[in-house]
Design a protein around this ligand. Structure first.
Ligand SMILES: O=c1ccn([C@@H]2O[C@H](COP(=O)(O)O)[C@@H](O)[C@H]2O)c(=O)[nH]1
Length: 278
């Protein structure tokens, strides 16, 4: 089963567009876990979060940075965390890869063959040949940065440039047009921040069928309702609403997993309310 089908199946089964981001910030791990060696603490934390929130999500999104910071243990911990995700729920490796072709190929082998992730985030700045090695995995998802959620997104992404249709548009719209053209195998998606609902609305119109990964609710202050309404497709699907810190650190004590369950359930329900009252 390809990434998009796996995503839709999980989303329908759990009635959820929520993606829980696995960003284990070391200083925010519960005190009882901080007493353990770091690699064990992070593995246990992520496993408990996965178990506690799996019934309420359409995907999990571990961000590689939080595993790489563990040094030599990091990749082993990442592997254990990916394996802890139930097989029917897709894993999106938030790695934001982007490099010349032969290097991109090595990144693709790592994320897809070695770690068995279902999708990866990719930075399209280097152009088609840097993305092609990921696209070659036709059953895997390639989710390209388009309009990121951070304040600095405006620095480059708003610049007016001429698109393939000859029209002058902001760069992020041209990126979206390219992603559409690269979606020959139906395995592309794009990242658009919840912090830019107007741009999200515009991009959904330009790309009616692409899955959109939408970070920026919760800790970054994006408006959940606006993001859901702007981000879903005509069937109320294909928006992947991502939340990391607001779920992971909903509680800070020994009951952190219960707090994460409650927050994931609350978010799942709020997303569903917004998408069903369009
Ligand atoms: O534009 C982007 C692209 C990726 N991210 C990532 O999503 C999560 C957001 O975490 P929160 O705690 O829910 O704010 C994190 O891994 C980012 O690296 C993003 O925020 N914006």
């Amino acid at each position: 089963m390809g990434f998009v089908e796996k995503l839709l199946t999980a989303a329908r089964h759990n009635d959820s567009l929520l993606c829980v981001g696995l960003d284990p910030e070391l200083s925010r791990l519960p005190a009882h876990l901080q007493a353990l060696p770091l690699d064990r603490a992070v593995t246990q934390f992520c496993r408990e979060i996965i178990e506690a929130t799996a019934p309420y999500v359409c995907a999990f999104k571990p961000n590689l940075a939080f595993f790489e910071q563990l040094g030599v243990d990091g990749m082993r911990v990442f592997q254990q965390v990916v394996k802890a995700v139930p097989s029917e729920i897709p894993v999106i490796a938030d790695a934001k890869r982007g490099d010349i072709g032969n290097t991109a190929k090595a990144y693709a082998v790592s994320i897809f063959d070695e770690f068995g992730c279902d999708a990866v985030t990719v930075n399209p700045y280097l152009g088609y040949d840097s993305v092609a090695p990921f696209l070659a995995y036709r059953e895997k998802g390639v989710i390209l940065l388009c309009r990121t959620s951070n304040p600095g997104a405006r620095d480059f992404q708003d610049l007016p440039v001429q698109g393939p249709d000859g029209q002058v548009r902001p760069l992020y719209e041209v990126v979206a047009q390219r992603i559409q053209a690269w979606n020959e195998a139906g395995n592309c998606g794009m990242v658009v921040g919840a912090t830019y609902p107007e741009e999200l609305c515009r991009l959904r119109t330009l790309c009616p069928d692409l899955p959109i990964l939408i970070p920026g609710i919760g800790a970054q202050g994006g408006d959940l309702e606006a993001a859901v309404r702007a981000g879903v497709d005509a069937r109320g699907e294909k928006a992947i609403i991502s939340a990391s810190r607001s779920v992971l650190f909903a509680g800070s004590g020994p009951d952190f997993a219960h707090a994460a369950t409650r927050e994931a359930q609350r978010l799942r329900d709020a997303i569903n309310k917004a998408r069903r009252h369009q």
